[in-house]
Each structure stands twice: as C-alpha cells, then as structure tokens.
Design a binder for this molecule. Structure first.
Ligand code: FES
Length: 106
C-alpha cells in the first residue's frame, strides 16, 4: 500500500491507502473520494475519472497511452497535468502522491 492524497477544489484533503498494482481511480472509488465518478469503471471510455497530477510526479508515472490522451480531450478543463486516474497504475514509487480533483467531471 502507498499513501495518496486527493485535494478537492475547496482545498480539503483526504489521504487514502492505495493498493500497489491497482489504479489511482480504484483507490479513490474504494475510499469514496468525492469528485471521481469513474462512470465506465476504468475502461478509458468516459473521462469522468479526470485528475490533475503535478509535474514533480510525472517522472514516477508511466506516460499516458494514446487512448488516454485522446479521451482526455473530453475531460472538463484538461491541462498539461491532466490524467485519467483509471489509467495511472499505482507503484511503490508513488508513496505520497498528491492528486488534485477537478471542480467537475465531464
Ligand atoms: Fe472511465 Fe477512467 S473511469 S475513463
């Protein structure tokens, strides 16, 4: 398990235990983190698991595949730090990861 902190748009934070090998989306949903809808259940087909992950963590994450990048176009206000949390697999190197939840999902 590694700790992941989710920051809501109002600044409130919640830290959860995430299973290594699972996804950031699963960690959010399993811990009832607000704002991660994950309507498609992780199939990279809805963009409602959109989150922002800062540059400092990028080197510890696998790069997005084309399918994720394409689907991010449907996310609400995507930017350079946008990821679909169902496509970000949790690794031991991600201990302490900080993830921002968008103000709304698409
Ligand atoms: Fe649907 Fe991530 S849960 S794209």
């Amino acid at each position: 398990m590694v700790k992941i902190t989710f920051i809501q748009p109002d600044g409130s934070q919640v830290s959860v235990d995430a299973k290594v090998g699972g996804t950031v989306m699963e960690a959010a949903v399993n811990n009832m983190v607000k704002g991660i809808d994950a309507d498609c259940g992780g199939a990279c087909a809805c963009a409602t698991c959109h989150v922002y992950i800062s540059d400092e963590w990028k080197s510890k994450l696998q790069a997005p595949e084309t399918m994720e990048s394409d689907m991010l176009e449907y996310a609400h206000e995507p930017d350079e730090s946008s990821r679909l949390s169902c496509q970000v697999r949790v690794t031991n190197e991600m201990e302490g990861l900080v993830v921002r939840v968008p103000s709304q999902q698409s």
